[in-house]
Every structure is written in C-alpha cells, then in structure tokens.
Ligand binder design. Structure first.
Ligand code: SF4
Length: 397
C-alpha cells in the first residue's frame, strides 16, 4: 500500500436532506429472503424475481424499483407500495486516489448525516482485487477517542440495520456508475462504536449475507466493550473482530480511548482471545500511530509482545490529521521503523483519501458547519447547538 498522492476532485454535493416523515414500509435492505419471497408471492410474482431484484438493487446499482427493467412494470409498482427501496439519500461525494477512494455523505429520514468510505484495491502479486466499504453504525459516537473527529460530535443516535446495509448499497451504486465491481468486503469502522448496539450490528451482518457478502468478509471493530465482545461471540456470526488498541499501557490508553478506564487493556485482550477461540477468526489489533505519543521503540516492543500473546495481527494506521488537532502522523520512515520493530505480525495501513476528509467524522463535520448556520437562521436553536458543539481536543504533550 502507498501513501495517497492523488489530488481530490471537487466535492459533488447535493442539498443536505431535510428531515422527512418516518416511512412505515419495511426496508428492502434488511428484508429476509422468506419475507421477500412472501412479498413477491403477494404481488403474484414468481420466486426467481427475488434474484433479479437483488442483483439489480446491488451490483446493478439501480436507483429504485422503477430502474429494474427486468421486472414487469406492474410488479415494480406493487413492490414500491409495499417496500422501501432505500433508507438514505446521497448528500455529497468526494473522490481521491484516482477514483479508488470514494467518500459518501448520506442523509437519513431525520436529517442526520453519516459517512461511508468505499475503497477499491486493485489486484497485486499475492493479493486479489477487493472492493471494501467502511460503514458507520451511529451518528456521532459516545466513546470520545481523543484523536477522532467523530468522537468530538458525541452520540446523536444509533443507526438502524437497514441504514447500515444501505450504505453498502450506495457504495455499490456509485461504483457501478464508475464501471467498477460491487462491494466484496465490509468493515464496521466508520462513525460510531459498532458494539454499543450488538443486535443492530448483528442484524446488519446477517442482512449483508443476503446481499452476497458473507460474514467471513466482514470486520467489526470495537474500542473494547468487553461484555459486547462476549455477546458477539455468543451470536456465532463468524465475523473478524478488530480491537482498537492504540496504546500498550493503560495510562496512555485511558487518555486516548476513555473507555479503557472501565475495561483496561488486559480485559480487552482477554475478551479478544475468547472471541478468537470461539469464532476461529484471528484477532486484529488496530493501532493509530500518533507522532511522539505512541510511536516509540518501547511501544513497538510492547505491541509485538501483546500481538504474539493474543495470536493477533496488527494494523498500524498513521493518524489521519484533524483540523485544529495538535497531533499528526509520524513520518513514513518512522512508521516503517515502528512496523519493523513490531515484526511480521504488523501491516501498515496508510489512510485512503486523506485529502478528502476521509478520517471518520471529518467530512460530516466540515459539511455540517453550513447546516448549523442554516438551523440557527431557521430558529432551530437546539439543532444548531447540537451540530455546532464540538469538544476541543486535549493536548497530551
Ligand atoms: S475512534 Fe471509533 S470508537 Fe473512538 S470516538 Fe471515533 S468513532 Fe468512536
């Protein structure tokens, strides 16, 4: 993987979606195969129509039932009265890395916006091509990690499983328009803590399977909610677990990931090991590298020991800069030296699209500044305050 050098194109923005009335129709995104079959039968359609519909609504990138020409017009109309085709609308899109990275800002019924990053990886020696979508699970986040733009928003609300799955469908659509392949992998690493609502995450994982993305192609990341890790294990979904470690000693992790005060490193690692044993999936450790904060030689040596003890692989992620933050990524040479000290269990993951606000929460923060102004002008003071309030980043050094 190389550092992104692409010049981003201008954002393609649409007006931010206004709040809409709740839609009572079941979402197509999370409709179980039996329910879709039942719906088609009610409409007088044969079961094979389900396959046609799913293909068109995913890899085919169709924008609505009306855009699925294989289905008879009467069936399209009948489905449209019974089912909700999409739960999100596209508010903005940015590209970087010569189109390999797409960042989508998607609006929900209540006017909230979430971010999704679609990353295409071309085939290389020893690596197959893959199309990975990084989805958000919440609007904002309650965990408040010190290096994260989303953490500054606080938690606004949990996303419904259909809203999580529909992010992947939007990525599929935008890739289709660009002549690219549909999503092959999904990582739950966008805005929010996926294990704060394990049931919503599990429902989304199951539904992704109905769209052709098996759980073994899904990674769920957590900041370390130990009981939720155990619950995820009990559900037996078979996804890979990624533990966001970011520090090798509790005093530093207490400050980077405040949740550590409740479930410290040893408890998180033990839960990660339990999950790995039960699922047969190797644990992944995520480690955001911050220059002068957690990138020392001793940090690397401790991380090596921790990874070996947990049988885990480490993803080293140079920090994606946040405007106004005193922190930044180490130099590429320093990152490589750190990785070499951690050893073969480490992979460097340079951030994709770092010039298009691709770190989670950044694009939303940038584009909601005008939204806060608009809300104030409209007299919606609570909304304006909620949008505008951002806690300052603490300085650790
Ligand atoms: S890094 Fe993840 S868990 Fe931490 S504040 Fe950001 S979104 Fe939340």
């Amino acid at each position: 993987m190389t550092v992104s050098t692409a010049t981003p194109t201008s954002p393609r923005s649409r007006p931010a979606p206004a709040a809409r009335a709740p839609d009572p129709r079941p979402a197509l995104a999370t409709l179980a195969p039996a329910d879709l079959a039942g719906c088609l039968a009610e409409c007088g359609a044969a079961p094979y129509r389900a396959t046609q519909l799913r293909r068109a609504a995913f890899a085919g990138g169709a924008e609505g039932f009306d855009a699925v020409p294989l289905l008879p017009r009467e069936l399209r109309r009948a489905l449209g009265t019974r089912l909700r085709y999409q739960t999100l609308t596209l508010a903005a899109e940015r590209e970087a890395d010569r189109g390999l990275t797409r960042k989508l800002l998607l609006g929900a019924d209540d006017g909230e916006m979430v971010e999704t990053v679609a990353m295409a990886y071309r085939a290389a020696p020893g690596h197959r091509a893959r199309q990975t979508v990084c989805v958000s699970t919440q609007v904002g986040c309650a965990i408040g990690c010190a290096f994260c733009a989303t953490g500054q928003l606080g938690l606004r609300r949990q996303l419904h499983p259909a809203e999580i799955v529909d992010q992947v469908r939007w990525a599929a659509r935008q890739w289709r328009l660009a002549g690219d392949a549909p999503p092959s992998h999904v990582v739950f690493m966008g805005m929010g803590e996926p294990l704060q609502d394990v049931d919503a995450t599990a429902a989304a994982v199951r539904a992704l399977g109905w769209w052709g993305i098996a759980p073994r192609r899904v990674v769920v990341s957590t900041s370390g909610i130990v009981p939720a890790i155990d619950r995820l294990g009990e559900l037996g979904l078979g996804v890979t677990l990624a533990l966001s470690l970011h520090a090798t000693l509790d005093p530093l992790r207490d400050r980077l990931v405040p949740l550590n005060r409740r479930w410290p490193i040893a408890a998180c690692l033990e839960a990660g090991r339990r999950y790995a044993r039960g699922s047969g999936r190797r644990l992944t450790l995520e480690y955001v590298l911050i220059a002068g904060v957690n990138d020392g030689d001793d940090d690397a040596r401790r991380l090596r020991r921790i990874a070996a003890g947990a049988g885990a692989h480490c993803n080293l992620i140079p920090m994606n800069g946040i405007p106004g933050s005193p922190w930044h990524a180490p130099t590429p040479a320093r990152v490589r030296a750190f990785a070499a000290r951690v050893g073969p269990r480490a992979t460097i993951r340079f951030s994709r699209g770092d010039r298009v606000q691709a770190a989670c929460g950044q694009l939303r923060a940038e584009l909601t500044a005008p939204a806060a102004r608009a809300a104030r002008i409209l007299g919606r003071q609570d909304e304006a305050r909620a949008i505008a309030e951002r806690r300052p980043l603490p300085v650790l050094r």
